[in-house]
Design a protein around this ligand. Structure first.
Ligand SMILES: C[S@@+](CC[C@H](N)C(=O)[O-])C[C@H]1O[C@@H](n2cnc3c(N)ncnc32)[C@H](O)[C@@H]1O
Length: 397
């Protein structure tokens, strides 16, 4: 296992798409090694940006392409377990990574020596999933675009948000089940800009067979969204009135989306997603009040005595708890910036992809220590108690 700061660096340069090339060398153990050096670079494939790993053995080289989320894991594990040196080149800096015998990582930041490949950086940075100038029916109906495809000036932030969301979806396409229709639920869909965007992107552009359900408490909003789905001919998009916690209509759901659902409504959605074993969860939490009322810790008094700091800290701690609990329930969880802070402070997206279960004993102890330090009793832990290892089990691991 390598230190967190290196993992954070790797996640950031993969997530921000700034990695240009990487080289890993100096085997930790020569005996039994299957390759002696590994190179990595981004490649634009039909199904989005991937990372190409080149594994060198003598004069032979084997290539493997991986989507972003697997690429970050592969880099971390190669640097943690196999190699002692790495050079990660980005446009802003070269990062030289040195791993000691005790697996302590040192990262030296040096001036950049590489420039991003022009056409790839164009794809990475400028091209939106939905381009201005191409009329898209749902964007026209929602008043974001004119009939000619021009984005209305005051709707530009919304347009960027929709595109950012679709980029996040693009990155997890390969984690969704292939070869069968998908079932997707959007909890707390509200006016459903992003639900319509999801349908357009997956059903129309990607031609995936699917059905999407949007659920919300507000009957008038749901009636409006249903009428719009009919008008657009989105026949596999249904909108229902209901409370997330009571929604029991489906047996299997592949992806759960919950964007800005208030307070513990997000946790209710996460619980449903985990119980369905959804392959992908995308969640942007909103107005976290639960921990604000619970947190109590004398050492943290200088921070907690200021309402504004307590509120922000409670929100961050809530997301840290959610991420850890999702990890404990078999997900690989990342917290990503959804859109720039200047547009909304509600900008953290939890992206969780179903994976194997990890070291639940140590993870649980880490989680429980954090929770107890804060004096928190989180909804998600209470709701998913039967799916979590718990104190006794963690001690026996
Ligand atoms: C801030 S809006 C977000 C709407 C939309 N997802 C978006 O990101 O634009 C939050 C929505 O969640 C809905 N909501 C809150 N609690 C809910 C619950 N327990 N069950 C269903 N919907 C809920 C609200 O009615 C509201 O429409």
């Amino acid at each position: 296992m390598i230190v967190e700061s290196l993992n954070t660096l790797i996640e950031r340069i993969i997530e921000d798409r700034t990695l240009i090339t990487g080289t890993l060398s100096q085997l930790r153990k020569k005996e039994g090694a299957t390759y002696t050096k590994v190179g990595v670079k981004p490649v634009q494939l039909k199904n989005g940006l991937h990372y190409q790993f080149a594994y060198y053995t003598g004069t032979q080289v084997e290539h493997r392409n991986m989507p972003a989320e697997s690429a970050a894991d592969e880099l971390s594990s190669l640097l943690g377990d196999t190699f002692r040196q790495g050079l990660l080149c980005t446009a802003e800096a070269d990062y030289q990574v040195l791993i000691s015998k005790k697996q302590k990582a040192t990262v030296l930041t040096k001036p950049p020596t590489k420039k991003a490949v022009a056409d790839l950086s164009h794809n990475r940075r400028k091209q939106y999933v939905l381009e201005e100038g191409e009329p898209v029916p749902f964007l026209i109906e929602l008043g974001i675009m004119s009939d000619s495809g021009k984005v209305l000036a005051k709707k530009y932030d919304k347009f960027r948000q929709i595109n950012r969301f679709l980029e996040m979806v693009e990155d997890v396409l390969t984690s969704l089940p292939q070869g069968r229709p998908l079932t997707i639920v959007d909890f707390g869909c509200g006016k459903s800009y992003l639900t319509f965007a999801l349908y357009h992107y997956l059903a129309i552009r990607e031609k995936r067979e699917l059905s999407i359900v949007g659920l919300d408490l507000k009957a008038d909003v749901i009636a409006h969204c249903s009428a719009l789905a009919v008008k657009l001919g989105y026949d596999k998009l249904r909108f229902l009135v209901g409370d997330i916690a009571d929604y029991n209509e489906l047996d299997r759901v592949d992806m759960v989306v919950t964007l800005h659902a208030c307070d513990t409504a997000t946790d209710a959605a996460l619980e449903k997603a985990v119980r369905w074993g959804a392959s992908v969860i995308l969640s942007v939490p909103c107005c976290q009040h639960e921990l604000f009322a619970q947190i109590d810790n004398e050492i943290m008094e200088p921070l907690l005595s200021h309402g504004i700091l307590k509120e922000r800290f409670s929100a961050l701690a809530t997301d840290a708890i959610r991420a850890k609990l999702l990890d404990l329930m078999g997900y690989r969880t990342q917290l990503l910036e959804f859109i720039d802070m200047e547009h909304t402070p509600k900008n953290i997206l939890i992206r969780a992809v179903k994976s194997g279960s990890g070291d639940s004993g140590a993870k649980w102890r880490e989680y429980a220590a954090f929770r107890d330090f804060l004096g928190a009793k989180p909804y998600l832990e209470r709701a998913c108690a039967d799916l979590l290892p718990g104190e006794a089990e963690s001690r026996s691991n």
